[in-house]
Design a protein around this ligand. Structure first.
Ligand SMILES: [Zn+2]
Length: 78
């Protein structure tokens, strides 16, 4: 039996495919850089839309060794 897909495109209704596993992401809040984490980049085979998904354990800005601005992607927290 097939397993349910992880992520489905909301425009095309097809499962999205992993494009890059383990990209680095920094989340920025109103106070500034807040945490960094690894995530996976998925892409829709139809419309080519992408999502960052599957975030790992966050590394917070107040932990020793945090270096802001060193990730591949930056996301904005509301
Ligand atoms: Zn799509």
């Amino acid at each position: 039996m097939a397993s349910p897909p992880n992520v489905v495109c909301g425009a095309c209704f097809v499962p999205m495919r992993p494009a890059r596993i383990g990209v680095t992401v920094e989340a920025v809040a109103r106070i500034g850089p807040y945490y960094q984490a690894n995530a996976d980049l998925y892409e829709c085979p139809g419309c080519k839309a992408t999502v960052l998904w599957g975030f790992g354990r966050p590394f917070h800005h107040n932990e020793p060794g945090y270096q802001a601005g060193t990730t591949e992607y930056t996301i904005v927290l509301e």
